[in-house]
Design a protein around this ligand. Structure first.
Ligand code: APR
Length: 172
């Protein structure tokens, strides 16, 4: 199992081999963390995204990191579920986002990856349940990754992720 860390910060400052963006299906950029990553990576990221998209919710696709500084080899684009109350398979789609990103990272042979709190912003997924899904999916995945960093943009999200990680570590 990889070393898993929870960090409060800006994912565009990460030094991992891959970073994940919470995209929309076009992969051509948007707001939130996707907007921040596209601004930092430059216009080629949207061009590359347009060339490989659209991406289905729950799936993940990869492009280079282009102008990200610190340099990041890969941006893995995943599309989270829009929260519609919880009865439309949102939890499974979110779990699939984490699973598919890990699979893509393993296919690329990367050893370190950074995730944002997928779907908990514009898409409205409740942060506590999203943290539980993220930690459960990552800790139960058979992955070759050595280092997984969960980047929270605010203390509340960071606390939720850290609590879930501690709970999971205590029970394993
Ligand atoms: N670094 C890390 N996390 C960030 C950053 C950043 N620079 N900026 C925002 N976040 C956090 C948000 O605070 C939230 O916790 O990323 C999490 C995901 O929020 P969103 O970016 O809104 O993503 P999501 O909820 O999945 O909605 C995706 O929003 O921006 C559009 O194009 C995107 O349509 C897509 C939708």
């Amino acid at each position: 199992m990889p070393v898993i860390e929870v960090v409060v910060g800006d994912i565009t400052r990460e030094r991992t081999e891959a970073i994940v963006t919470a995209a929309n299906e076009s992969l051509m950029g948007g707001g939130g963390v996707d907007g921040a990553i596209h601004r930092a990576a430059g216009p080629r990221l949207a061009e590359a995204g347009a060339a490989i998209g659209p991406c289905d919710p729950g799936d993940a696709m990869v492009t280079p990191g282009f102008d990200l500084d610190p340099p990041v080899r890969h941006v893995i684009h995943t599309v989270g579920p829009v929260w519609e109350g919880g009865g439309h398979g949102e939890a499974e789609v979110l779990a699939s986002c984490y699973r598919r990103c890990l699979e893509v990272a393993d296919e690329l042979g990367v050893r370190s990856i950074a995730f944002p709190a997928i779907a908990t912003g514009v898409y409205g997924f409740p942060a506590e349940e999203a943290a539980r899904i993220a930690i459960t999916t990552i800790t139960s995945a058979a992955t070759g990754l050595q280092h997984v960093r969960l980047i929270a943009f605010d203390e509340t999200t960071g606390d939720l992720l850290a609590t879930e990680l501690a709970r999971r570590s205590a029970s394993s």
